[in-house]
Design a protein around this ligand. Sequence first.
Ligand SMILES: Cc1ncc(COP(=O)(O)O)c(C=O)c1O
Length: 466
Amino acid sequence: MPLQLALTVDRTSRLPLAVQIRNSLRELVEDGTLRPGARIPSSRQLALDIRVSRSVVVEAYEQLSAEGYLESRHGSGTAVSAHAHAPDLTSTLVPPDREPTPEAMWDLRTGTSNVVDFPRHEWIRCVTAVVADASHQELGYSPPAGVPLTRRVLTSYLGRVRGVRSRPEDLMITSGFAQGLALICKVLLDRGHTTLAVEDPGHPGEREFITSSGLRPIGIPVDDDGLRVDLLEESGVRAVLLTPANQFPTGARLSQARRERLIAWAREVDGYILEDDFNSAFLHRSDRLPALQSLAPDRVVYAGSASKTLAPALRLGWLTAPSELMASIEHVRAGWDIGCSGLEQLALARFIDSGALDRHQRQLRKEFHRRRQTIRHQLETCLPGTRLTGRDSGLQAYLQLPAHIAEQPLIRAARQYSVLARGGRFYTMTDTSRPPALVISYATVDCTGLAQSLLALGKAYREMPG
Ligand SMILES: Cc1ncc(COP(=O)(O)O)c(C=O)c1O
């Protein structure tokens, strides 16, 4: 099969043609355009395509093979060497040590979603109906902010379940929370911000993401009532990103008093609050408070995601912002990608309208509550002396360890018992005053698995010097 390769030569250059070909190919491999294993045209084919003699291409290929960039495979032509250096193209928001996964029976690290229970049949039903019914207009381009129908459905859904006060024209469908964060960072930069406050502990990938956008993340400590707003006030920052419903990873809920103080702060400094509500579907009845946004739609940018309730692969999220900010966000978005897949957005609208999302979330909520109770009940016997912080909601348990237990030796010992978990330090930015901790995600391990993995963790725990 003839393969095509976007490569040209400059006949006016003094560089010999073989050198030009070699340099161009080497660059394509080094910048990751051609990944390890990627097939490239045969020397005969490339010579024909770029109109040079075959010996010139052969010379370039031989040189690159000697340098370890290419390899010839008997019967299947030439390819980029499987060992060629490839730049890491993974987002910082994806946990760094997820790939390759070390051999272990239980993976209790955060960053995963319960995709096992993804409602495949319901989703297929919605996608099939959408593909069958979509009008010509719906198959065309929609506004960068999203399909109008989906924005209407989501606005009323978020109003109903989270008390979010918005209008469809102030709501945007994003490619996950990650894109919402990238958009906000860009708009803040354009408006002269240089820093963005984040929770400490918090999501380490988000901090890197913020840094690479050009803003400096400033860590603000968290306690049992959520973000320390008093310390935020002292920081001099004018925008903050937080998870008020269920702090990631401690599980704390931002208290009512701090919610009010936070909003007063935003008004005082003429700043913004970015509310990451990605895990609110897992709030137990007794833990539910309306979204922070409902208290101050003029100051809070509210963002949610389908990654935890449905699947990260959908890359569907939403964001609602004060109108004057939304205009800037839309402007940036229009220059980026002209929006997400309209068909997926329409499927989401059907999924919500048919009540399937409510049903699915109710089931997940019940299941995750059971999992958390399993951990709670087993702590005393398996990990005596630890404290489960936060409320009885969420997707992970934050276990404060006795002061004498060192996190890393415990994590290493747990690995010996086939359990992968992370210590609190993984999430910490600068607040080193926190006691040691163990963070256990129960997103992908059921009650039976949790009970077994806690027994295994208990064995590792008992090996720690007393
Ligand atoms: C703190 C936090 N916010 C948001 C998300 C959802 O991100 P996305 O919608 O880009 O998948 C995650 C996913 O793990 C998360 O950990």
